[in-house]
Design a protein around this ligand. Structure first.
Ligand code: AHG
Ligand code: MN
Ligand code: MN
Length: 334
């Protein structure tokens, strides 16, 4: 089998579609290299002294794990000096990170969730990294936080890595979705799946059912109909999966279909859902749509939202098109 590396894929993509400018190509390669470094640290586990709590909190009041902080630092350091970025933003930093003055600046802005699925780090379950790429406003060398608040439809690239039994990188630049597997011996990313497509129909769903008593009526209705199975209104049995690492749940859905939900619920109106728009929902929505799926808040398309805050949360329904459309219809009818 002829092996196509990430570099070769990006160069050929640039040539044939003119869709990946050289600076964006560099950016993607640098992020991929950082993910390789994170994967290496994850793989060491206890031997690398990377497990456990860092005994600090991020701006969202979540206790940070050592790997949350380490992964954030790896991504920052890798991306600072290349000249491809104007600024960065991360789940683990209160405000944006400017490129130090000693380095040249570029036209892109990078956002990331350095380590997704933190609760799974210490128990050896798949975790990952999510990233989103935006363009800085023209001629803007030192963007402000407000410059980051662009709708997801403006993303020029997005991707995620999963650190699991295999380390994979899933990428879109707006021309479909491709998956690369890390060859650990060679240290290179190899193209292993091209133009991934999420099956439109599915019999699998993912939701944290322990929150059921807080759900709003449209979600209660949708889930109870799935649970009713063959003898219920849907006339078929559904299966449930919840990994608690969005990247891993989404990777399953990309491969065999399904619907992933983290709805808003009746608890705290200032926290609609759990996932963050800018560096979790938007990049995953971009990938899911590029793979033929759908991603909504229950009432509107995620990528149409005009963000108001860097760390804002958003309800999420994404995956196989027919299911996302159905649960969205239930919200609109309510
Ligand atoms: P993070 O580790 O970056 O904070 O994100 C975790 C997210 C997401 O990956 C996952 O789907 C969800 O939180 C898990 O939520 P529960 O703890 O409610 O299962
Ligand atoms: Mn996350
Ligand atoms: Mn995280």
């Amino acid at each position: 089998m002829k092996r196509i590396s990430l570099t070769q894929y990006l160069v050929e993509e640039q040539r044939s579609h003119d869709s990946i400018p050289a600076e964006l190509r560099l950016l993607i390669e640098v992020v991929a290299r950082a993910c390789k470094t994170i994967s290496h640290a994850v793989g060491k586990g206890a031997l690398g002294e990377v497990l456990g709590s860092a005994h600090s909190e991020n701006v969202q009041g979540e206790v940070q794990k050592k790997l949350d902080i380490l992964s954030n630092e790896i991504l920052l350091e890798a991306n600072e000096w290349g000249g491809h970025l104007a600024a960065m933003a991360s789940e683990e930093m209160e405000t944006i990170h400017q490129i130090p003055h000693r380095y040249p600046k570029g036209e892109y802005m990078l956002l990331f969730d350095p380590l997704d699925g933190s609760s799974n780090i210490d128990v050896n379950v798949s975790i990952g990294t999510i990233f989103s790429v935006l363009k800085a406003p023209d001629g803007m060398a030192t963007p402000t936080e407000a410059d980051f608040l662009q709708p997801g439809s403006k993303q020029v690239a997005a991707g995620y890595a999963v650190y699991g039994p295999q380390t994979v990188l899933v990428l879109t630049t707006g021309n479909g979705v491709n998956c690369f597997t890390l060859d650990r011996e060679m240290g290179s990313w190899v193209l292993t799946q091209q133009q991934m497509q999420i099956p439109t129909e599915t019999a699998e769903y993912a939701i944290n059912a322990s929150n059921a008593r807080h759900w709003y009526p449209p979600v209660q209705r949708y889930i109870s109909e799935l649970e009713a199975g063959k003898t219920g209104p849907r006339g078929k049995d559904f299966n449930m999966r919840w990994i608690a690492s969005m990247v891993a749940d989404v990777h399953r859905i990309l491969n065999r279909g399904g619907v992933f939900m983290y709805p808003a619920d009746a608890r705290d109106p200032s926290k609609p859902g759990r996932l963050r728009l800018m560096y979790e929902a938007n990049p995953i929505a971009f990938i899911v749509e590029q793979a033929g799926g759908a991603a909504t808040t229950g009432t509107e398309r995620i990528m149409d939202l005009q963000p108001t805050q860097l760390h804002q949360r958003v309800p999420v329904f994404l995956g196989s098109k027919n299911e996302v459309e159905l649960v969205t219809r239930y919200h609109q009818q309510a």
